[in-house]
Design a protein around this ligand. Structure first.
Ligand code: KIV
Ligand code: ZN
Length: 401
């Protein structure tokens, strides 16, 4: 009999690691709107930020915990709201501040990290391996006393000594960590190597069978998605991802790529996901519009060209049968209809209804009125107003709101 598939936990870090992309600064209104979309998209955990970074970051995490933490809209098949997580270094100050920020959320998590590679211990933290273990234990114990759900990440795990990692991680389990996340912080690992690392840690860490193992891969060599999928095939049951793959340097693993790889190849993975895939493209557009991080046209799944066919041979094949050149239907990921969706004769109700379909239900009256006026003005200038245009207007509204 085939083994029962397990649920893959989608941990989204668009608002934390993603926001660390050079050039990205989101205001708190924008962060809350992105978090709302992530909740409707069906992510299991929203890492809302790093509360110790600034008062603004603390407020953003607190608002998301309060306003998005309880939301159930679009999450019926999941049956629970998103867990709201905050990041903390392994220091009492960070951990207490994080616990305060996530406090209003019904489901919350403290994500505590501490570097374990010899390079980081020697040059960055200037501590010994023994001191690293002591610092980690104290941090996780404190986090556990403030929040039942504690995740621990050994930063730069991808370049850390494996047996030292097993030792550290075993102690973190003893101290109360329930999720162990394995960051390839500098995007150095190869897929086979990273998959093997997950399998090794899971097998050789004392208590390793009692916790959830998680991937966190950076894209410096363009391998983040392949590495994350290798992690899942080797026992990880959580993936840390960001919408459009935004993040430090070359970015984080792209949410849409991991989800659609598993969606397209269900037999290749021992897991299933509960993401509302038709929400993918509108969430991607929102993140791009608000963050200012333009999506490359040939980006997998969410790029403008991802579902376009240019050559005569391909177009001919598509006209005969779409499966000739299409492995995912555009509707599966909610690709925008680029044809005219609404025009200058459209009424207020039709426009309101359409905004709701695009992921903006229950807009406050003043915001809706302004967007409607902008829409009418655009209709006078443009022959075709697409969903992408309407989303841009809605995003502007949030930015200036
Ligand atoms: O890349 C990394 O190591 C991180 C940790 C803080 C989880 O983002
Ligand atoms: Zn990272």
């Amino acid at each position: 009999m085939a083994a029962q598939k397990e649920k893959l936990i989608i941990f989204d870090t668009t608002l934390r690691d993603g926001e660390q992309s050079p050039g990205v600064t989101l205001n708190n209104e924008e962060k809350v709107e992105i978090a709302r979309h992530l909740s409707r998209l069906g992510v299991d955990v929203i890492e809302a930020g790093y509360p110790m970074a600034s008062h603004g970051d603390f407020d953003a995490v607190h608002r998301i915990a309060k306003e998005v933490g309880p939301l159930m809209e679009g999450r019926e098949k999941i049956g629970r709201p998103a867990v709201i997580a905050g990041l903390a270094r392994a220091t009492p100050g960070d951990i207490k501040r994080c616990a305060e920020a996530i406090e209003p959320a019904p489901l919350k998590r403290i994500h505590c990290f501490l570097a374990t590679s010899d390079i980081h211990l020697k040059y960055k933290l200037k501590i010994t391996r023994e001191e690293c273990i002591e610092r980690g234990i104290a941090a996780v114990q404190l986090a556990k006393s403030l929040c039942g759900d504690v995740e621990f990440s050994p930063e730069d795990a991808g370049r850390s000594d494996r047996d030292f990692l097993c030792q550290v991680l075993g102690k973190m389990i003893e101290a109360g960590a329930t999720t162990l996340n394995i960051p390839d912080t500098v995007g150095y690992n190869l897929p086979e190597e990273y998959g093997e690392l997950i399998a090794y840690l899971k097998k050789n860490t004392p208590g390793g069978d009692k916790v959830v193992w998680s991937t966190h891969c950076h894209n410096d060599l363009g391998l983040a998605t392949a590495n994350s999928l290798a992690g899942v095939q080797n026992g990880a049951r959580q993936v840390e991802v960001a919408m459009n793959g935004i993040g430090e340097r070359a970015g984080n693993t792209a949410l849409e790529e991991v989800v659609m790889a598993i969606h397209t190849h269900p037999d290749a993975f021992p897991v299933y996901h509960t993401i509302n895939t038709p929400m993918i493209c509108r969430t991607s557009q929102l993140v791009s519009n608000l963050s200012g991080m333009i999506i490359q046209p040939n980006k997998a799944i969410v790029g403008r060209n991802a579902f376009l066919h240019e050559s005569g041979i391909h177009q001919d094949g598509m006209l005969k049968n779409k499966t000739t050149y299409e492995i995912i239907t555009p509707e599966t990921v909610g690709v925008f209809n680029e044809s005219l969706v609404l025009g200058k004769h459209s009424g207020r109700n039709a426009f309101k209804d359409h905004c709701a379909k695009l992921g903006f239900p229950n807009m406050p009256d003043a915001e809706f009125q302004k967007t409607f006026e902008d829409f009418k003005a655009l209709c006078d200038k443009k022959k075709k107003v697409s969903d992408g245009d309407i989303l841009a207007l809605l995003s502007n509204q949030i930015t200036s709101g």
